[in-house]
Design a protein around this ligand. Structure first.
Ligand code: NAD
Length: 285
């Protein structure tokens, strides 16, 4: 029975997962590398709840409940007695493996370990632990408090009990699940990322302005957000990491990151979280 949930990496996604879990009544322990980092995650949650209150979708009591259910920490040791730990650190296999090796040695034997990776092989992370059967992918979408989907990913070794417990957890925080094979990009990103990369390629070759590309897809296809604004929202760094991983796996040009994306990431224009990506958010403020 899952009661206490650990989060490792309290950034955009980790804080969102922490927020929905805390709102559903779970005790949440959120671990990031420094106090400043988990405080930033708590800031994301506070702002999201303030917005919900403004719109009449939450009240002060709900905000208090969520914030009082979350404890910020900087040491993985504090997650030792969690029933489920969701990892949401940077999209890098070496960093994730390091986190899971430590979690495996620290957590109680029953703890289920889950990764929120968008594109890395869940089975490769599970392989560094001695609990492959208790390892699963729980892929939430951004922003977690709004998006309804979770992809539950089974590896070759995920047990039925782990799969069911992970699925029930996702449902208990208000999500609808789809089940995916442990293949890069799962269901959604294997379709979405090539589309985003194509939009960047069209901007790069001067087909249209960023606004016209985005408006074209919003007004012509009924998408709520254009592909360039969506890439800003996901993070250009995260989009590039996912593209690189998929390209590496499939060796198919569909998944190759366009040079413009790489230049922008290297220049630090990684999207909304940095104040600048394809659009300038500092100006907008
Ligand atoms: P982010 O950069 O906002 O957050 C990552 C956090 O992890 C940061 O706060 C960082 O300080 C922390 N961190 C890094 N190394 C750590 C460590 N060793 N221990 C503890 N904390 C550590 O990134 P994000 O957008 O939240 O993405 C996180 C994960 O979620 C990635 O695997 C990404 O692919 C996946 N994901 C992202 C999105 C998206 O739209 N951004 C959607 C679904 C899944």
């Amino acid at each position: 029975m899952i009661k206490k949930v650990g989060i490792v990496g309290f950034g955009q996604m980790g804080s969102g997962i922490g927020q929905v879990a805390a709102a559903a009544g779970y005790e949440v322990v959120a671990c990031d590398v420094s106090e400043k980092d988990y405080e930033r995650g708590l800031g994301y949650i506070t702002r999201s709840l303030d917005k919900a209150i403004e719109r009449g979708k939450a009240d002060e009591a709900a905000k208090k409940k969520v914030l009082s259910n979350i404890k910020g920490v900087t040491k993985l040791e504090e997650l030792a007695d969690c029933d489920l730990v969701c990892e949401a650190v940077v999209e890098n296999m070496d960093v994730k493996k390091e986190v899971f090796k430590k979690l495996d040695s620290l957590c109680k034997p029953e703890t289920i370990l889950a990764s929120n990776t968008s594109s890395l092989a869940i089975g490769d992370m599970a392989a560094v632990t001695a609990r492959r059967d208790k390892f699963v992918g729980l892929h939430f979408f951004n922003p977690v408090q709004i998006m309804k989907l979770v992809e539950v990913v089974r590896t070759l070794d995920t047990s039925d009990d782990t799969f069911v417990a992970a699925r029930e957890f996702a449902e208990s925080v208000g999500k609808t699940c789809v089940t995916a094979k442990d293949s890069p990009g799962f269901v959604v990103n294997v379709l979405l990322i090539p589309y985003l990369l194509d939009a960047i390629r069209q901007l790069e070759r001067g087909l249209a302005t960023r606004e016209d590309i985005d408006n074209g897809m919003m007004l012509g296809c009924g998408h709520p957000m254009g592909p360039l604004a969506l890439t800003d929202f996901i993070g250009l760094d995260t989009t590039m990491f996912i593209a690189d991983i998929m390209f590496d796996e499939f060796k198919d040009g569909h998944y190759a990151a366009p040079p413009l994306l790489r230049r922008m990431v290297n220049a630090g224009y990684i999207g909304k979280k940095a104040g600048r990506g394809f659009y300038d958010y500092a100006k907008k403020k």
